[in-house]
Design a protein around this ligand. Structure first.
Ligand code: 5GP
Ligand code: ZN
Length: 116
């Protein structure tokens, strides 16, 4: 069920515009409004799941589909071979600000490790 005050549920509903670059039955992906790399895409489940902590066994296929979307997108963006990073922040210490879980897909430049 969509959450009334969730920014990403509003993007899913078309109530807030976004640069959507990929869609599947269970996911959508759009460019981050404040990109941290030449490619910075957010891949989200259509189902509202607030954080990684809220994943339940029935979500297994949905979570897998985030990675299948990532595979399609990195091919389309031409960054599959050079390399890229997927990140999911969970809760305050990791800097999660939008509580509809999302995979950051970052690439197109050399990425430092460890992250800050
Ligand atoms: P978090 O900090 O929760 O891991 O990531 C949230 C991400 O959502 C941030 O990178 C932020 O730039 C992005 N973001 C926040 N508001 C919007 C928006 O309205 N549209 C888009 N496309 N991205 C957003
Ligand atoms: Zn949501």
């Amino acid at each position: 069920m969509p959450e009334k005050d969730c920014l990403f549920c509003k993007i899913l509903a078309g109530e807030i515009p976004a640069d959507i670059i990929h869609e599947s039955a269970t996911t959508i992906a759009f460019r981050d409004i404040n990109p941290q790399a030449p490619t910075h895409v957010l891949i989200i489940p259509r189902k509202h799941i607030a954080t990684i902590n809220d994943i339940v066994p029935e979500d297994q296929a949905v979570i897998g589909s985030l990675y299948l979307a990532a595979c399609d997108i990195v091919t389309a963006e031409g960054i599959a071979d050079d390399g890229y990073r997927t990140v999911m922040n969970c809760n305050e210490a990791a800097g999660q600000t939008v509580f509809h879980m999302h995979m950051h897909l970052l690439g197109g430049r050399t990425l430092a490790w460890p992250p800050g």
